[in-house]
Ligand binder design. Structure first.
Ligand SMILES: *Cc1c(COP(=O)(O)O)cnc(C)c1O
Length: 370
């Protein structure tokens, strides 16, 4: 066992305390600490501008906007989704009494395989819930064509896609709605937090009702809403973090460049390149281990790294479809998801964050280069 300091897969982007204290002081003076306060409104405005989206509604985490998006669009029956994601994607369907229908993924992007969506559509299908996995944009054009053809809604779980743009336009603008997570481990965080992006004012209003118990006035309830509100303290924290997120993304990009330079020459290790015309956020750096060519299985490498204090993560293993809640579904059968299975068994996400230094990167790479 190495006595060196552990290297974690990510590190939270934190605003400086010196900057944060005056904001806290101001909140204390205002004595308005939640329910669409000053900082909540400021952060929504600032995020619309930064993300180049028309309407955003802040939430207390990234799971509730998924649940509320399904409520707002009145989605029922079956929803087509991917097994290769964080469990919250599918859990949001379960909490709405919706049956998830898993479709296999594309081996190049790890996103839902658009060629396999149509054959999963049944008379009960009402929507598609794709995920921009690792912040790599889905084939949004094809997905919209299929949705239009069959009259389906599209809700993107864009938890990984903060700030991602395609040809200068936000990837959050496509589909009916997109959701974000501002969890501590994400590129942009508010400790815990999240948001729902939509395209018109009426929808934004409805979302704002839904996240506040359905209150549309002092004594008027327009829907069986939930409590999903973000508070003033975390909104202020978010405003400060937003000012430094570009710098953090640039630091992450440099880490990715270092990894690629060295790993390009390692047989049996593959990784993803940048896509043309895309502004990436470098939220994750997945590598895929081909055990035969590399001479070691994914788990052997994963545990070797762990033993030496390098904590990669097997995102996403196991597949969501393998958890007991979902295992019994017809679409969870392994033969339906052979690409996703193969990728889940070969992936390790290497540490990547704004503070990762050259020495640490070398230490990580020396464990992988045999
Ligand atoms: C992080 C994440 C979520 C949930 O976000 P929370 O803020 O932790 O609730 C949802 N989907 C994906 C793909 C995520 O990575």
């Amino acid at each position: 066992m190495d006595i060196q300091k552990q290297i974690t897969v990510t590190a939270p982007l934190l605003p400086s305390l010196d900057d944060f204290l005056p904001y806290l002081q101001d909140i204390w003076e205002r004595k308005w600490i939640t329910n669409n306060g000053y900082y909540h409104q400021e952060l929504e405005k600032a995020l619309c501008e930064y993300l180049k989206v028309p309407y955003i509604s802040l939430f207390t985490n990234g799971t509730l906007p998924l649940i509320c998006a399904l409520q707002a669009l009145r989605i029922t029956g079956e929803v087509i989704t991917t097994p290769y994601s964080f469990v919250a994607t599918t859990h949001s369907l379960w909490w709405n009494g919706i049956k998830p229908v898993f479709v296999d993924i594309d081996s190049d992007t790890c996103n839902i395989d658009v060629d396999k969506i149509e054959s999963a559509i049944t008379p009960k299908t009402t929507a598609i819930m794709p995920v921009h996995v690792y912040g790599k944009p889905c084939d949004v054009k094809r997905i919209q064509e299929i949705a239009d053809k069959y009259g389906l809604k599209v809700i993107y779980d864009a938890a990984h896609a903060f700030g991602v743009e395609v040809d200068g336009r936000s990837v959050l603008e496509v589909g009916d709605m997109s959701t974000l997570s501002f969890h501590a481990t994400k590129v942009f965080n508010t400790v815990e937090g999240g948001a729902l992006v939509c395209c018109d004012e009426k929808t934004k209003q409805r979302i704002d009702y839904l996240k506040n118990f359905g209150f549309a006035g002092e004594t008027t309830i327009v829907a069986p809403g939930i409590n999903g509100k973000m508070d003033e303290v975390r909104s202020a924290y978010g405003l400060l973090n937003l000012k430094q997120v570009d710098k953090a993304i640039e630091a992450r990009r440099k880490v990715a460049v270092c990894y690629r330079e060295v790993l390009r020459d390692v047989p049996g290790i593959s990784f993803m390149e940048d896509m043309p015309g895309v502004r990436h956020n470098y939220s994750y750096f997945p590598v895929f281990v081909n055990a035969e060519k590399y001479g070691m299985t994914r788990d052997e490498l994963y545990f070797k790294m762990k033993e030496h204090g390098v904590l990669g993560r097997r995102y996403f293993y196991p597949l969501i479809s393998e958890f007991s809640t979902y295992r019994g579904l017809e679409s969870a059968r392994l033969e339906n998801l052979s690409v996703a299975c193969k990728i889940a068994d070969s992936v390790i996400c290497l540490p990547i964050h704004h503070e990762l230094g050259v020495e640490e990167i070398d230490r990580i790479l020396s464990l992988i280069v045999l």
